[in-house]
Design a protein around this ligand. Sequence first.
Ligand SMILES: [Zn+2]
Length: 568
Amino acid sequence: MNIIKKAGIIVVLIYVVFVLSICQGEKRSLEQASLILINGNVITVNPQMPKAEAIAIKEDKIIKVGSNRDVERHKGEQTKVIDLQGKTAVPGLIDSHIHFPLLGKRLRQLYLDKTASARLAIDIVAEEVKKAAPGEWITGQGWHTADWEMKGYPDNSELNKISPDNPVFLVGMATHASWVNDKALQLAGITKDTPDPPGGQIIKNPETGEPTGILLEKAQDLVAKLFPPETHEIKKANINLSIQTALSMGLTGVHDAGVGYDVIKVYKELLEEDELNIRLYVMFFVPDGGEILDEYIIHPPEVGLGNNKLTFRCIKVFVDGALGARGAALLEPYSDSPEDSGLIRNPLDEIYKVVSKSIKAGYQVAIHAIGDRGNRIALDAIEKAQKAMPANELRIRIEHAQILSPEDIPRFAKSGVIPSMQPIHCPMDMGFTEKRIGSRRVKGAYAWKSLLMSGARIVGGSDTPGYPVDYTNPLLGIYAAVTRQDNQGKPSGGWYPEERVSRFDALKMYTINAAYAAFEEDIKGSLTQGKLADITVLSKDILSIPEPDILLTEVLMTIVGGKIVYQK
Ligand SMILES: [Zn+2]
């Protein structure tokens, strides 16, 4: 064969391949969509195409993102078309740290949030007492003395009047205190002679020494432990309500920050019954001491069960406690309590053991650390364990990473550790944070911008039910991250405003970064062809409206896997 002939054959072959590939492309692009969204302000969080007008979906995946014209080519007879009328679509929002069953549980209790006075809260309880069976527990949540403009705590004299026979247990002050009546105290055997339990306080009348009905921190457990254990059915009902509520807030996925076998069973059951309308990334909680870790990690992780609805591949463990109750472990004593420097729930050796065992078994680890000392212990343990497995991208997470020593901030990016933070903690806690840790250390508190600048990928969550359940709303988290202000816009300009982040960075915390923290960035977190069709439609463009309007933005529609699961 001469050279000319050879060249001719090659040209023909190239031509054939070229034509075939065009035909293939044509065929793909003409795939019929099951659902099309048009006329939208589509914020994709995909750097290749940051903005678009329309999205085509086939079954549970995105098949096209682009202009109306591009996308309408996928319209067939069976295609449902939704005109977004200029509204904003973002990738389905993900809460990366939530105690998911407790969202529904709290909603099923009496709701005392935003009661304008103690009197109003008591009236709500009184109505409930009228309906209750003899001896039945009355439980509620969400009261706060700040809402009542009350300086100290209330006593239980009014609660005793309205409910002499039914025990009453009302959780408030962001879960740090409970308000109970005498009946509840009596059932728990709490008298003036009862000593404070470790980590808790029974408030007593300074004159009579009698308990007043306010139990702080761990003292709440003295009463809470009396509740009948939750049945499987109750847990399931709570979780169903959690799912409905989360979807109505625009969440298409959540990372459950630590459950046991009982809840795992409910999740699997809901999946089997095809009732799991939200995507769950579940952490298995290892109680202090780590005993049950081995029996859990003997089984390999379960990833993407039921078309990516349910994943178990993460182990949750605690280093320290919380800042409000001075449980966060600090390198130096608390500024407002010099004899205190917090508590260590699991020391370095123990954390190291949990991390190294878990990563060897193929699990991710999420370590709760709040104080600067707690975070240093977590980082030390992680770095030590990673040395043994340097080739693996482990994506170990530190949950909260709330107060950081300046020299530890760059260690997150350097060691590939993910700070999993809850922006809402900042405005909710700023009232006491500086008192607790002073003006020097406060610069490392909720240090979002510094972490981003150092190259870390922050993921955002709510930590519900740490605060009233309304704060699960991811838009409130985005607002907090962008402003460092409370919902009244205080303080003006933001609290330590140098740590505010851009709106886009805040959105990433709840989308692509959240997906990354669950090893799911290839299937979630942006509106990109080939990814799962998880979409949140908002009433306003959160990237351009005035900041206070973020709080007024509504979720109009939530789509999970191409299915409309919530519509306003
Ligand atoms: Zn938590």
